[in-house]
Design a protein around this ligand. Structure first.
Ligand code: GLU
Length: 255
């Protein structure tokens, strides 16, 4: 990694949907220090695609808070961007993935999904969804799309394959795709959701190291499948343990 003179590009991609929290500050610090140590670059990206919840006042508070902690991202980032500036690129990539058969429109309705989930719950089985549309002819899917039937874009996930990667902190990590199912990557209007949008942007912005909280670890196998679908090598992943705060009442119970 960085020790081999490979240029380092890290990223800080907060969603401006709330106050600056401790986890964000801590993730920022790891990225900041890592970039400083290896003379790397920092990309600061507002993941602001949730139009309802993203607020400029949260942006100001987050940047000010990080600055107060000694990290002036406005000054030190090589790139300050908004995810909403890349919506055109996202749609273009989605279209390319469709052309190459990596994604497909799925017409299973939320009510049908709910029924399948209930069925799995009753049998005390984990719910994994394999779309009945994943192997349908392209021409048939196109006809359904034209008919105006609601759908969501899903990644065509291999049914039984091991996705393995070496996390810089957790070490060798493996997940079988049989536990993932075909997951949603975009809405029918072409707006790409977090799982894939985050990967497209990381790729476009030349990110070499993804350093983020462990709460994202379950996203990583899915994102590695997105990288594979894009036909690009993924960055190095490092998931840092979360800060856990013991609540007062539990503290007393335990004593
Ligand atoms: N916007 C995401 C968050 O704030 C970024 C997650 C990531 O680092 O990939 O949780």
């Amino acid at each position: 990694m960085a020790e081999n003179n490979v240029p380092v590009v890290v990223r800080m991609p907060p969603s401006p949907t709330g106050h600056l929290h401790l986890g964000t500050a801590r993730t920022a610090l790891f990225n900041w220090l890592f970039a400083k140590k290896y003379g790397g670059q920092i990309v600061f990206r507002w993941e602001d695609t949730d139009k309802e919840r993203s607020k400029t006042e949260h942006e100001t508070e987050i940047l000010e808070g990080l600055k107060w902690l000694g990290m002036d991202f406005e000054k030190e980032s090589s790139l300050m961007v908004r995810q909403t500036e890349s919506l055109g690129k996202h749609t273009e990539v989605l279209q390319d993935l469709w052309e190459r058969g990596k994604v497909f429109p799925c017409f299973t309705t939320p009510a049908e999904l709910e029924a399948l989930r209930d069925e799995a719950n009753q049998k005390k089985e984990g719910f994994v969804f394999w779309s009945p549309f994943r192997d349908e002819e392209r021409s048939e899917l196109e006809t359904k799309m034209k008919s105006g039937k609601p759908f969501a874009w899903r990644l065509k996930v291999p049914t039984n394959e091991t996705v393995a990667y070496s996390d810089e902190i957790r070490g060798e990590t493996k997940v079988n795709t049989a536990t993932l199912g075909d997951f949603v990557v975009a809405r029918s209007d072409g707006s790409v959701l977090y799982m894939l949008a985050n990967v497209i942007d990381d790729h476009e912005q030349g990110i070499t190291h993804v350093i983020r909280g462990e709460d994202h670890i379950s996203n990583t196998p899915k994102q590695l499948l997105c990288w594979r679908a894009l036909d690009v090598d993924p960055p190095i992943y490092a998931h840092i343990p979360l800060v856990l705060i013991r609540k007062n009442e539990n503290f007393q119970k335990d004593e």
